[in-house]
Design a protein around this ligand. Structure first.
Ligand SMILES: *Cc1c(COP(=O)(O)O)cnc(C)c1O
Length: 410
């Protein structure tokens, strides 16, 4: 079959606007609430707290700023060790570095691609002093929340939940963004709904919410002049951005439904290939299906080699690899992406501990042991990729993507 490139690029995940966003932005303009106070901000904070089911929501400039304030609220000090998800976006971890802490990476499980509770338990055996655990819900799929929460409770540690990718996903009927003492969501341009940028801190503590409000607006004390007793940040969300978020919220459910349809269509279309989709436990969780991903069976992987900045592969009949699929998609003007490269494999974190279910993952010299339980993150990175998951992609465009992927295995 002759496949022609897409005329209009198929994106991994791009903003989907509906019109109301512009109305709320325009209203901010016309009423001159063009700063970091206003009705849009009040409304999205109120609404977020309501739909997520937490007491307080504080709108901030981005998800990373939110995680930074969460890290400060959790009391992370220079030299403190913090347990973190390993397969996640760097923004989960950067705030620990801002505060001078030391991230310790916890390996991933194959059931949801999130933090492995067994590895977390191992980590507490090695570092019983750790008091903060940062967990991310990768690609919109909740992790093993009950198990992780029980382990953290047992060891007296608090959770920071990085729900940046998982807004609207639920675990046992409960929204993500409620499992930590401090929780973060993101309205970055590629997330399930967007403000073009933006983030939101979620907590049930009034004291924490008030601190975050104060810190995010330069830590001004209650005085007639600019009075300061602690370090401040300029992290508050703009009322214009909040207008975009406000206009997006009514479409959150619709976006999730579209993303789920995309996931299901891939699942069906790829079922005869030696691949599986990013997994979840449908008996207890409902992801937001932000990104659809696939994992190539071990015995269907052709040879692939990656340096710090480049990749190459050796074509083999009946087999493929993420590099071949991504390059082929790009050739047809469609955007996929490698799995987020595990943090323990990043040069920046070369010296940081990495804990697997066997204990010290750094004791192994070879990061990638195919299919083994030794370094699950490296394995998923090696064999997995994110597929074009844009909710404006039509069914027939997606069918073409599926054909392109199939052609890689020929
Ligand atoms: C997007 C993202 C963030 C950061 O959000 P920004 O709003 O871009 O700062 C944090 N963590 C994860 C896992 C993300 O995907």
């Amino acid at each position: 079959m002759e496949i022609k490139p897409f005329e209009k690029k198929i994106w991994l995940s791009s903003p989907t606007m509906h019109g109301e966003e512009l109305e709320y932005m325009t209203k901010a303009y016309q009423t001159n609430w063009m700063s970091t106070v206003g009705e849009n901000l009040d409304q999205i904070e109120k609404y977020t707290a309501e739909i997520i089911g937490c007491k307080y929501a504080v709108a901030l400039s981005c998800g990373t700023a939110t995680l930074h304030l969460a890290t400060k609220l959790a009391g992370v000090k220079p030299g403190d060790k913090v347990f973190c998800s390993d397969v996640t976006f760097d923004a989960s971890v950067n705030p620990i570095m801002y505060e001078g802490g030391t991230p310790i990476f916890i390996d991933t499980e194959y059931d949801t691609w999130n933090m492995d509770p067994r590895a977390l338990e191992k980590a507490f055996e090695i570092y019983p002093e750790v008091k903060v655990v940062v967990i991310a819900n990768l690609y919109g799929t909740p992790g093993k929340m009950d198990e992780i929460a029980a382990i953290c409770k047992k060891h007296g540690a608090i959770i920071i939940e990085d729900a940046a990718e998982s807004l609207g996903a639920t675990y046992k009927g409960k929204q993500t963004g409620t499992f930590g003492t401090y929780n973060a969501i993101s309205f970055n341009g590629n997330k399930i709904i967007t403000g073009s940028s933006g983030g939101m801190l979620l907590t049930n503590s009034l004291e924490a919410a008030n601190k975050a409000r104060k810190w995010s607006t330069q830590s001004r004390e209650d005085a007639p002049w600019y009075q300061h007793e602690e370090v401040g940040y300029n992290y508050r969300m703009s009322n214009v951005i909040a207008g975009v978020v406000r206009g997006q919220y009514p479409y959150l459910k619709e976006h999730i439904a579209q993303k789920k349809a995309i996931y299901m269509r891939y699942k069906e279309g790829l079922k005869n290939l030696p691949v599986t989709m990013n997994p979840y436990d449908e008996s207890i969780m409902e992801p937001n299906f932000w990104l659809s991903c696939l994992l190539i069976d071990e015995d269907a992987m052709c040879k692939q080699v990656r340096s710090d900045s480049q990749a190459c592969y050796v074509k083999e009949k009946g087999k493929s690899c993420p590099t071949e699929i991504l390059e082929t998609l790009a050739k047809y003007n469609a955007e996929g992406r490698p799995i987020w490269k595990p943090m323990h494999m990043q040069p920046l974190y070369r010296m940081n501990p990495f804990i697997t279910i066997e204990g010290n993952g750094r004791a192994r010299t070879n990061a990638y042991i195919a299919g083994g339980a030794v370094d699950v993150g490296a394995d998923i990175f090696e064999r997995g990729l994110c597929l074009p998951s844009d909710n404006k992609m039509t069914a027939s465009e997606q069918d073409k993507i599926i054909e392109i992927i199939k052609s890689c295995f020929e």
